[in-house]
Design a protein around this ligand. Sequence first.
Ligand code: ARG
Length: 481
Amino acid sequence: MSTLATSELIPNHHGSPMTDSSPSATWSGRFDEPVSELVKRYTASIPFDWRLARFDIQGSLAHARMLRHVGILSAEDLAAIEKGLAFIQAEIDAGRFEWQLDQEDIHFNIERRLSQPDLAGEAGKRLHTGRSRNDQVATDIRLWLRDVIDRLQILLANARRALLDQAERHADTVMPGFTHLQAAQPVTFGHHLMAWQEMLARDTERLADCRRRANRLPLGAAALAGTSFAIDREFVMRELGFEGLCENSLDAVSDRDFAIEFLAAGALIMTHLSRMSEEMVLWMTPRFGFIDLPDRFCTGSSIMPQKKNPDVPELMRGKTGRMNGHLVALLTLMKGQPLAYNKDNQEDKEPLFDAADTLLDSLTLFAELVPGIRVQAEAMRRAAVEGFATATDLADYLVRKGLPFREAHEAVARAVRAAEGKGCDLSDLDLEALRAFSPLIGADVYQVLTLEGSLSARDHRGGTAPTQVRAAIARVRQSLG
Ligand code: ARG
């Protein structure tokens, strides 16, 4: 699945339209000898940072308008730049833009094209007044990241809505809740899905928080110290919809902590999706038999005709590894860097891009997967019964009759052993048999030994009683709007 509309149109470094036969590099005036082909390839970022094109153009437009606003650019120059950048965007969208390895990165590629005589010419060469690629790239990444976060938030909301719908359908469906992967107490499947929903709700908050800090403008920092031109940073800030300015020029061009925060939030999203995937994989094995997933999310085996493998959740679990790797990569990238910009920072992009692709695809698929979950309610119920899931309810019952909890725990443990020996559930033991474990047990015990009795007893906010699950669903629905 393509997550960027233009990604298929734009060749990577394996594709032919990327040429390296153009004239010397933009900065070559100071140098005596050209760089080797390997150095050129090693230092270039255009094979991947072409993905910033839309944001680079957006940033350049805002910068140019500001330069006009403060009187540094003429109206004619601005008009030529605006027209030229629009033309370049169209070329890129159509897959006609000629990316040049010689031009090193997205910033030089676009500036070079803009400055050609058939586009803005001289005016294009004036665009870089009062800025540097250092504040330019920091701006581009922040704009790109903001856009990614906004798209992820939509997908997170979709996923949460899908969970709410399934939870509503299964607010009464009993399953065993597990601790240590051993049947512990009955819960409803709806309650379980609402636990997943809570994880994603916090992920939503984390991304919103990350967005606030990413949404500040570096432009104006120029190379590292600011610029001698009388620029208007607030103008650019408003133009680009940033909520604030990066307050220190050295910090503005160098730190990528906002990107690290994003990767940390992303790693948590994937960790959550991975845990949910793991449960789906488990539930789908015939040993559990709790759910089935539609064929479109599974694949068969090349040699075992009977197999239906839950590949999509397995891969979601697997892709979490690369997200964690990206987080560690950026933390490590940052830790040894002195102020201000260092070329090391060019290495921030591939982890970020891959993280975004992984998150966008995973959340899209997860939101499609959830409505497809087919619940085998009978199997869930059977597992709850076989697991003596109401043992705690019997202990609580004895406590209400006056027995200290520790003694109640002991009595019930003996009852469970007896039932296990007979191969039956606690509720299958007759009153006489039960009273052997405690004379406090009366005929009313059977109400607490049923799964439904156990569920409805947990009737407080956050509990698994079906009424509480429905109330939780309603609260989240309202907050999602
Ligand atoms: N391609 C560079 C990057 O991604 C852009 C900034 C280059 N700045 C420099 N001073 N070499 O970081």
